[in-house]
Design a protein around this ligand. Structure first.
Ligand code: KG4
Ligand code: ZN
Length: 340
């Protein structure tokens, strides 16, 4: 089954062709990061306008690279939730138009679930369940029990900033450019992570929930002074920034690792599947690997960590196989999700 996957939830316009949920024939990603750099974060209106310009070229390139024609596509899978509403609408409406014109089925996919599926691509035959899902993206931080593809129980989530979001905010405080995650990682490599004592939040109601907003504020006050705001002048020396980046990164990751290990232990889980943009971070991978856990760790392969159409097409195959019917043309884009 050939699936065209379409992704426009945030600031990547992406299209991919995937065969039977697993074999990636093409994976085209147009990043808009350069457009949003001067705003220090995603400018939603600019994002949707750029999606309009890029969506058809992305689909054309994906078809061309996979050497397949639109007629040969069996299903269109589109990320329909969660995300920026204007951005979501471009992908979803393009999908509806294609589905209607070509008389082909389409299916709306949960972008966060697709991030988890990304780590399963390529290893479909050897999937291990029940396992722990760790989603660390710009918009979400979640621990989930994965019982099967499509069957999850949320163990913990963030009560304020997502992990990627906290990297982006700390990057701004340190005068680094957007997207902040890779910049913080780069700077942190040169720093001493024991120079500053930071602490991630503990959430009383649920010990597996996350809170990174206090940590970010502590970084802000360290860099710009007590009770400062983000546009205040920096009061520390330039060379201290690398130590702050390293200390922040270590603190956020230690919190994630501690909670992940505990969740896997308590729920007797046999593997960890990681998803979302923060999985690009090599220090995180090294810190996890150093734990020598009795758990198999599955990281998304190159080009599947950040937003992409392949993970949408791949998951779309599995979802469609269960229902064997197209979504209706009046299905809505959903900016937020309350459950899986
Ligand atoms: O999954 P993703 O592409 O988009 C969302 O679904 O949100 O993740 C983007 C996030 C951004 O916050 C970015 O700063 C973060 O992933 N990120 C990183 C790294 N590369 C990207 N965070 C830490 N270290 C990195 N190397
Ligand atoms: Zn994403």
């Amino acid at each position: 089954m050939l699936v065209l996957g379409i992704e426009t939830t945030c600031d990547e316009t992406a299209a991919a062709i995937v065969e039977d949920g697993n074999k990636i024939l093409s994976n085209i990603i147009f990043s808009q990061a350069h457009l949003h750099k001067k705003f220090g974060g995603v400018f939603p209106e600019l994002a949707s306008r750029s999606h309009i310009d890029k969506i058809l070229p992305a689909i054309d390139e994906a078809l061309k690279a996979a050497k397949v024609s639109l007629d040969e596509i069996d299903l269109i899978a589109v990320a329909s939730r969660p995300g920026l509403i204007g951005s979501l609408l471009i992908g979803l409406n393009t999908t509806k138009a294609l589905s209607f014109a070509l008389d082909k089925p389409f299916i709306g996919i949960n972008h966060v679930e697709a991030h988890l599926y990304a780590a399963m691509m390529g290893d479909d035959k050897d999937l291990i369940f029940p396992s722990l899902g760790v989603v660390i993206s710009g918009g979400h931080t979640m621990l989930l029990k994965i019982l099967d593809i499509g069957k999850y129980k949320i163990i913990g989530t963030t009560i304020d900033d997502a992990m990627g979001e906290s990297f982006d905010k700390v990057a701004r405080i340190l005068d680094l450019s957007y997207p902040g995650g890779p910049e913080v990682e780069k700077l942190a490599k040169k720093g001493d992570s024991s120079k500053y004592k930071f602490k991630a939040g503990n959430v009383k109601k649920n010990p597996f929930d996350f809170s990174f907003s206090g940590l970010k504020t502590k970084v802000l006050y360290t860099v710009k002074g007590q009770k400062s705001k983000k546009d205040f002048p920096t009061i520390i020396k330039n060379e201290d920034k690398k130590h702050i980046a390293a200390s922040f990164q270590k603190c956020a990751f230690e919190d994630l690792i501690k909670k992940s290990i505990k969740a896997a232990e308590i729920h007797k889980l046999k593997a960890i599947y990681f998803g979302g943009g923060v999985t690009c971070n090599n220090s995180l991978k090294e810190m996890f690997e150093k734990q020598n856990l009795d758990l198999k760790l599955f990281w998304p392969k190159k080009d599947l960590s950040l937003d992409n159409g392949a993970m949408i097409a791949g998951l779309g195959f599995h979802k469609y196989k269960k229902v064997l019917k197209s979504d209706k043309l009046d299905v809505l884009a959903q900016p937020t999700i309350s459950s899986f």
